[in-house]
Design a protein around this ligand. Structure first.
Ligand SMILES: Cc1cc2nc3c(=O)[nH]c(=O)nc-3n(C[C@H](O)[C@H](O)[C@H](O)COP(=O)(O)OP(=O)(O)OC[C@H]3O[C@@H](n4cnc5c(N)ncnc54)[C@H](O)[C@@H]3O)c2cc1C
Length: 229
């Protein structure tokens, strides 16, 4: 067992030395309990070519990597923000909480996922706090055009207030559960030019997608990304 773990770490060490890229943490903001914004400088990145959401595979501990979505990027300074939900325990959460200005960031690569968002009149975002970066990225990719609405599922009431105060530019409300969203949101219905973007917990994304389809929303208008199980 110990030998197998040793081999695994040696292999990931070899992979890392072959592929790893480096950046630097510029600053860390704690928006509210559990929600960190890590602003990073990534000198090797060509952000001007980003036309879809991206994910960066960050080294969070020896042999451990986690995906996060770069948001609010600036191709000139080659900097972007990672909005990291640390409301649970895991190596990624522990890593994010430990970061300080000037720390090195090691990552295996950055790649796109999903499709380029459409410049439609109305974009509806449904997700959990792990999807904030994804939603900011969609806003940037559509140049802030169109009407944005939707809901973020934040379980604790005090965090819901803090969320809305922290992210006023993300003009979407908060609800306490998928069930509450399904029961109360007038947005769970079809409308011309309305596109739906779902991201976060895979079960939540799956059930919201199913619900939207039951309400007659065509599959091509639902863009779903399961981030974690
Ligand atoms: C393409 C892509 C983009 C992503 N972008 C982001 C992003 O921008 N910001 C972000 O915060 N996450 C993002 N994620 C999700 C992130 O990679 C996972 O949440 C990851 O599992 C966190 O690692 P961890 O080490 O903290 O927890 P893990 O060790 O992976 O999990 C530990 C436990 O915590 C639970 N858990 C994991 N994540 C959450 C969560 N968010 N809330 C509650 N419980 C959780 C797991 O079910 C497990 O039980 C993205 C994932 C993908 C695939």
């Amino acid at each position: 067992m110990e030998q197998a773990t040793g081999i695994k770490y040696k292999l990931s060490g070899l992979l890392e030395s072959a592929l790893a890229k480096r950046g630097t943490v510029l600053y860390v903001l704690r928006h509210y309990a559990g929600m960190y914004e890590v602003r990073v400088h990534l000198p090797e990145t060509k952000m001007e070519s980003w036309n879809k959401p991206q994910h960066i595979k960050c080294k969070v501990a020896a042999g451990r990597y986690r995906d996060y979505t770069p948001a609010v990027w600036d191709p000139i300074t080659k900097s972007c923000s990672l909005f990291i939900d640390t409301s649970h325990e895991g190596p990624g959460s522990e890593w994010a909480r430990s970061l300080r200005s000037g720390d090195p960031l090691v990552y295996l690569g950055i790649d796109s996922y999903g499709k380029a968002p459409l410049d439609t009149a109305e974009q509806v975002y449904f997700g959990d706090p792990s999807a904030i970066g994804h939603f900011f990225a969609l806003m940037q990719l559509t140049n802030g055009l169109g009407k944005i609405s939707g809901s973020i599922i934040v379980q604790h009431e005090q965090h819901r207030e803090a969320f809305e105060a922290s992210f006023p530019s993300l003009s979407i409300d908060t609800v306490c559960s998928t069930e509450a969203l399904a029961a109360s949101s007038p947005l769970i219905s079809d409308a011309p030019d309305r596109q739906f973007y779902l991201a976060g917990n895979s079960m939540m994304v799956h059930s919201l997608r199913k619900l939207l389809k039951q309400q007659g929303v065509a599959a091509h208008k639902i863009h779903a990304q399961g981030f974690w199980k």
